[in-house]
Design a protein around this ligand. Structure first.
Ligand SMILES: NC(=O)c1ccc[n+]([C@@H]2O[C@H](COP(=O)([O-])OP(=O)(O)OC[C@H]3O[C@@H](n4cnc5c(N)ncnc54)[C@H](O)[C@@H]3O)[C@@H](O)[C@H]2O)c1
Length: 432
């Protein structure tokens, strides 16, 4: 039994988590709760200070559990990468965004591979958790790590284990969501499996890093393509005078072979709108065009424009122009009950509506302010006055906090892009 294997079994291993964001912070707390000592790394000084003060900034991590882990000495955060030498296993949870032209932006993974390589110690296990295209661990990380002079499978171990966290989801968490692990060699797979078995009920080992990488991207492409399908259906249903929401709910009564997806004002978040491009881009190296991904992107990216045209038509039929109209947007987070505005379709909607001369304000109980191009908008209070003075209230995010019946009662016109008002009726109510 190797030293690392023994330490993982005895829970005496020190785990380093690089990138204390939506993925890294919950992971660090989960390891701490399981009895490991955790060293968290981030480049943002204020995040490191918040962690060390036991103050959470991530929706799925309670300040109490964070503070408890810090107080009992099991969790510490730092900006000092030289302390990577102190850890036995390293989980890398850095961002994998896109460039402006929607190409993979792997600089975070590249920089981190170089940093880790600088401090790599014999016996360490390195695991990439960030979502990326198949081949990243082997082609991008491995050569950089081996510049240390150490050899994979012999001196150190390298694996890929995608994060499946769904922020705000109360049912599925790190513990009860099976975790896939793929390694460069059998020992890397075995060690990564042992590591995650301490915090996850079911670990799913796969033959190599590429299978694990492709699995994660396939899961996100699956959602992306199905959302596009239902977004297209919503547009047809509107033309045919059929409620797409009723169709979806009815189809969902089928107990097999169907899974509901819902239309909306466009895709949001750090994963579903971005990750498919990682695969589409990599596929081109093989003279292969991922047509479903391109088609889904086309449909999904048009949704904010479609919503604007529907709002414009709705105002028009009430003798109002969009230009000069007061629009109140409900929700700027990309999905319900979270504070994350990354890639939020609401932000795009606000930009498009303002571009057409509308006077747009917003309310979001989770988001105090939001940046729209050069301007910072602040959430307005949701009062009878703000509701009744709007020409149109747009439900852009279906937060559970909202009393939709009340909103409908107090408003001239409601445009619901999320099906939040299902079951309610009103001459002033329009849905996607
Ligand atoms: N957010 C999700 O729901 C989710 C779900 C599954 C997978 N993922 C994937 O996980 C990865 C991380 O996503 P996230 O949502 O946690 O991002 P995030 O932006 O919330 O967190 C990333 C953190 O990494 C830090 N960071 C950046 N560069 C660093 C460096 N060189 N060293 C140390 N820290 C650094 C940032 O300061 C930030 O705190 C991405 O690849 C994403 O696609 C995200």
């Amino acid at each position: 039994m190797s030293d690392l294997e023994r330490k993982l079994k005895e829970q005496s291993a020190v785990v380093g988590v690089i990138g204390l964001g939506y993925v890294g912070l919950p992971l660090a707390v989960a390891f701490a709760k399981a009895g490991f000592r955790i060293l968290g790394f981030d480049i943002q000084r204020r995040r490191v200070d918040w962690v060390n003060n036991g103050q959470s900034y991530i929706v799925d991590v309670g300040s109490e559990s964070l503070a408890a882990a810090v107080a009992n000495g099991s969790l510490e955060a730092t900006t000092d990468k030289s302390r990577l030498k102190e850890v036995d296993a390293i989980c890398i949870c850095v961002p994998t965004p896109l460039t402006k032209t929607k190409d993979p932006e792997l600089s975070y993974v590249i920089n981190e591979s170089e940093q880790v390589s600088k401090y790599l110690q014999p016996g360490q296990l390195v695991v990439l958790e960030s979502t990326t295209y198949p081949g990243t661990t082997r082609e991008v990380m491995l050569p950089r790590l081996e510049r240390s002079g150490l050899r994979v499978g012999q001196d150190f171990y390298l694996a890929y284990s995608p994060e499946r966290v769904d922020p705000g989801n109360r049912e599925n968490n790190i513990r009860n969501t099976p975790k896939v692990v793929g390694g460069i060699d059998p020992r890397s797979i075995r060690l990564a499996e042992l590591l995650y078995q301490r915090i996850v009920d079911v670990v799913v080992p796969v033959s190599c890093t590429e299978v694990a990488e492709m699995t994660k991207i396939f899961e996100n492409v699956f959602r992306n393509v199905n959302i596009a399908l239902v977004n297209e259906l919503a547009q047809l249903c509107e033309k045919m005078g059929i409620s797409v929401w009723e169709v979806i709910d009815t189809a969902a009564t089928k107990p097999f072979g169907y899974m509901p997806f819902y239309p909306g004002p466009g895709l949001g978040g750090h994963c579903i709108p971005l990750d498919p491009y990682y695969l589409a881009n990599k596929a081109r190296e093989y003279d292969f065009h991922t047509r479903f991904i391109e088609l889904a992107a086309d449909v999904n990216e048009q949704m904010p424009y479609y919503v604007v045209s529907r709002i414009m038509d709705a105002l028009n039929s009430r003798d109002r122009n969009l230009k000069g109209a007061k629009i109140l947007m409900l929700g700027v987070a990309y999905k319900k009950d979270v504070e994350d505005t990354r890639e939020s379709p609401s932000v795009k909607l606000i930009r498009l509506l303002r571009g057409k001369g509308a006077d747009v304000s917003y309310n979001d109980p989770f988001v105090e302010q939001v940046q729209i191009v050069e301007d910072t908008l602040k959430s307005v209070e949701l009062t009878e006055e703000t509701l009744s003075s709007a020409d149109c209230v747009v439900i852009a995010t279906d937060h559970s906090h909202y009393d939709y019946q009340y909103i409908l009662r107090k408003t001239h016109l409601v445009f619901d892009t999320r099906g939040a008002t299902r079951g309610l009726v009103g001459a002033n109510l329009l849905r996607l």
